[in-house]
Design a protein. Sequence first.
Length: 263
Amino acid sequence: MRICPELAATSDAPPVKIGFWKRQFRQTTTGPQLVFDLIFGVVGPILCFVFDPIVFQGGLAGPPFLPDYQGVVYLFSGVEIILLCLWLASGKGNEVSNALIGGALLNGGLFCLTIAILLFPLSLIGLAVGIGLFGFTPFFTGIVYLRNGWRALQSDADESSRLTWAGAVCGFLLVAAIPIVLSLQVRSVVSKSVDEIIRADPVRAPYAAQQLAVLRFFASADVDRIVWAYASETDDNRKQFLKSCYREITGKDIDRRLFILND
């Protein structure tokens, strides 16, 4: 049986090698990529927030680096993690949902890379004390969100339209606006609760402490106002009251926190 020369040449041709970055952003998701996305897109950010010794909570080298942005960053990251999990679990949807998720995830990717660049000097310092891995996590997280955001937008490449790009812009803006609005609301509640504790309001303070116990992960900077009030208080009864409230809110000793803030 004679084989056509063209077919023979085609069958003998070596496979075309696809570049590393092109493989990362192809529509086809591989098993290793899925594992990477779950580790650095979901688990990694959560661990960074829980064991954060510098950026939002502080403790390793004195006060936190960016305490005022803790609430909005936590809320933004929570929304991004939920959207990433939704995309990985459900895959391609309709054109509008793909565009919204794609725009939102692209925003998350750009945000993570920006954070990674800002924290790069601290990450280098962290290598010396064994926590550098957490400092470099935002780089990998940014890649995860950019990759999946691009895939979401390109899933309707054959049907690209103004609706797709309008949806992407809406997703990009909404995923930023919602955490900011929620953060402002949380910050208002937290600030009011802290004021009631500092005033040692016998009626409102216990309830305020319970509220802050729920919201403490979004309000380290405001809760630290209790620490400073404790440091400047001269009345022993009020000092003990503030100390008790702080322990109820955080589960930690206020004197230890004062030492860290004064470091």
